[in-house]
Write a protein that binds this ligand. Structure first.
Ligand SMILES: [Zn+2]
Length: 706
């Protein structure tokens, strides 16, 4: 799947996610597999993805003629998140998403076009569905009756708004594009209703959606190529068409899906639009449509689209790319920004493609964004967010940074308000959707730990009995993951454990004894046996400090440990602004130097880096500098000529190696997700003949007094 990604681990195997990168592992990789005397009965194998069994799946999965699903989403509510992820969800409830009805005018129920039986009123576009999509799922994953009650209020109103022909919601959208319907906001509202059905089983939902799709099916093909946003994002409705089809079997839905595919923007011909959110939603469309056409080449186009974007614009850590608002040729430095909508939509796409393809690389990519970029996009209390998150971002102020950043105006400061109107609503689904995908049912009636987190999951397996699994871990801050099985009696099923691309030598311990398993990066270890109540499994995913070299970005380097990227810890000064005392907005300014290049011996880099793990319990919110459980000490020298520009933006990288006569200092690096100010792509200090002098910026340096 990754043959076009030319990134390499010099001592081991290719990593998954970046094109044009070299990675040097700083430690010898453990490759041996424990082979103690195993008294437990089990079969183990290593697979690339589950293969369907002759028995029908235990959960609603693809019906023929759609391709069989390697992985199947568990019913919403099956997975109860614990640990730090649960805390993010609690913070989300207490933060802006949980209170958006009081913050956002688009979420006011009174007079809202989405809540009116006649579809008349204000706020008739994407904002309300964007918010409700994540807000409802937040309630379902937390099993929070208060949130679910508020969600129901909106959904009852939406269900009551359907016209005899199937249209629902704002009537103005029905003719919103020069007489043609603006179908984009409804794509999002379909997702709201799908989740509501998955959690409640409400019998009105599938007929309601079917009726709307029947209306869609009366539209001429050119309706699916209309408008800027709809035609680029229509893959979302193809996904919903399959979702309904899998529950009703009505074949016209597949004809409609084909009609949509044939008339919408052709993502199967490559990256046909460079708007960051259009990319993060649109690139996957061939992967969705592959399910209907059964052609692996069509599935592969989604991968090619991903590589085409990341190979040029994603040449820095964090899992995102520079698209601030659009990707622009020449704007590939790690100071370019990635929109918060882009972060959550990319994660959603990866979650979909994981289930469709079975390929574990999509889970790796999802974790990379979830751990490194999503937390940094928000304040630690989730009461504010910004529009753009950058790998190198040393000051979050309101100053206009265009044209270096494409969007003008305030893009970096934190706010819960409409200055970031789309992200303000759309960020809601990031953590809840992630929490729903942590475990998946497999095509062969087993279960897969697809994204690692502390959880409890209950699911049907094998011949249909229910098993409960608790997963205890501080992952990604710890490499040990402990599973415990609870069941009423013996139950046979395959248990899939994902081996990430960065992990060599995963080990499994079964009931205290080393299990004989093979391990390979980007695969699944499968343990099949008749599981008993109380069985315990320990999975160790050894993490190593690794240096990644960004050859396409001036030979900069970044430091990684397992799935975590590390950033220079920069002192932060948070200044409030705005007039709302309850919902303050913040600019964040650096209080310590940030202009360091890393100084290390290329032949023995491990001597220049030290991993420091803090003891004690993992703090509930690890994504703040003072709470990080892991730090890295690194040797560095300042580069005096590397400065902020007058608008506060960090200067662009220049080619490494870079000369510096400044004294060696020991600097601290913290996980990127905890660093609201950060340098993550570093110049490399070198004093060899090929080293460069850093040219002072033509821009005057920014004043030190803010
Ligand atoms: Zn946005």
């Amino acid at each position: 799947m990754n043959k076009n990604l030319n990134s390499t681990w010099l001592t081991s195997k290719p990593i998954m996610s970046k094109a044009g990168v070299t990675v040097v592992s700083l430690a010898l990789l453990i490759t041996s597999v424990c082979c103690g005397v195993a008294a437990e009965n089990y079969e183990s194998k290593l697979v690339a993805a589950p293969t369907p069994s002759s028995e029908p799946p235990l959960y609603t999965a693809n019906r023929q003629p759609l391709v069989p699903s390697p992985f199947i989403k568990l019913p919403t509510g099956s997975i109860i998140p614990r640990g730090w992820l649960h805390h993010q969800l609690e913070l989300e409830k207490a933060g802006m998403t949980g209170h958006l009805e009081e913050i956002s005018k688009w979420c006011k129920f009174e007079g809202n076009a989405w809540a009116s039986p006649e579809g008349k009123g204000h706020s008739a576009w994407e904002e309300l569905p964007y918010w409700l999509k994540g807000y409802g799922d937040l309630g379902y994953v937390l099993k929070d009756e208060e949130i679910i009650g508020h969600t129901r209020k909106w959904i009852e109103a939406v269900l009551a708004s359907q016209e005899p022909d199937g249209w629902f919601g704002p009537r103005s959208l029905k003719t919103g594009l020069e007489g043609k319907p603006d179908l984009w906001p409804h794509m999002v509202m379909c997702n709201v209703l799908q989740s509501f059905y998955e959690y409640t089983g409400d019998p009105r939902v599938v007929p309601f959606l079917t009726k709307y799709f029947k209306w869609l099916n009366t539209r001429p093909g050119n309706n699916f190529g209309a408008g800027y946003w709809p035609k680029l994002r229509f893959g979302d409705n193809i996904e919903t068409a399959y979702w309904i089809y899998n529950r009703t079997g009505e074949p016209w839905l597949l004809e409609l899906a084909k009609k949509i595919h044939d008339n919408m923007a052709r993502w199967d011909s490559g990256v046909i639009n460079w708007h960051n959110v259009n990319i993060t939603q649109g690139f996957r469309e061939p992967g969705i449509y592959y399910q209907q056409v059964h052609d692996q080449k069509v599935l592969q186009i989604a991968e090619q689209n991903y590589e085409a974007v990341m190979g040029t614009y994603g040449q820095f850590p964090g899992g995102g790319f520079g698209g601030d608002e659009n990707c622009r040729p020449g704007f590939t430095d790690p100071r370019q920004g990635f929109e918060t909508c882009g972060i959550v939509e990319f994660m959603h796409s990866f979650e979909m493609l994981l289930k469709i393809s079975g390929a574990p690389v999509w889970a790796d990519r999802c974790e990379e964004l979830a751990f490194n970029s999503l937390p940094a996009a928000m304040t630690p209390d989730l009461k504010g967010l910004h529009y753009l998150t950058c790998a190198n971002q040393v000051q979050l102020d309101t100053t206009n940074k265009a044209p270096a950043i494409e969007n003008s105006g305030d893009m970096f400061a934190y706010s819960p308000f409409e200055v970031y109107r789309c992200c303000q609503h759309n960020v809601s689904h990031g953590w809840p959707y992630y929490a729903e995908e942590l475990w998946l049912a497999t095509a062969d009636r087993g279960l897969c730990a697809s994204l690692y987190s502390a959880i409890e999951v209950s699911a049907k397996v094998g011949t249909g009995g229910t098993v409960r699994i608790t997963e205890e871990t501080d992952y990604p801050f710890n490499e040990a993951i402990n599973f415990k099985i609870t069941s009423d009696g013996p139950v046979r099923f395959p248990l899939y454990l994902r081996v990430p691309g960065w992990c060599s030598g995963a080990k499994v311990t079964l009931n205290g004894k080393p299990a004989r398993v093979e391990s390979r990066q980007l695969s699944y270890i499968v343990l099949e046996r008749t599981w008993k109540n109380g069985d315990s499994i320990r999975l160790d995913l050894p993490m190593h400090l690794a240096l990644r070299r960004w050859e396409k970005n001036n030979n900069a380097v970044s430091v990684e440990y397992g799935p975590l990227a590390f950033s220079l810890r920069i002192g932060e000064r948070w200044d409030t602004f705005g007039n709302d005392k309850k919902w303050p907005e913040f600019q964040v300014f650096p209080t310590t130097a940030w202009n360091y290049g890393l100084a290390f011996d290329e032949k023995n880099p491990e001597k220049s880096f030290k991993l420091v793990k803090k003891s004690g319990l993992l703090p509930p919110q690890p994504f703040v500098p003072e709470n990080v459980p892991i730090e890295i000490r690194a040797s560095a020298r300042k580069i005096p000529a590397w400065r902020q520009e007058a608008n506060g933006l960090v200067g662009k990288l220049q080619p490494s190696p870079v000369k510096s006569q400044e004294p060696i200092e020991t600097v601290t690096m913290i996980p990127m997700g905890a660093a609201r100010l950060r340098i993550t792509s570093f110049p490399v200090i070198g004093n060899s003949s090929d080293a460069h002098e850093w040219s002072a910026s033509k821009e005057p340096p920014v004043s030190a007094s803010h």
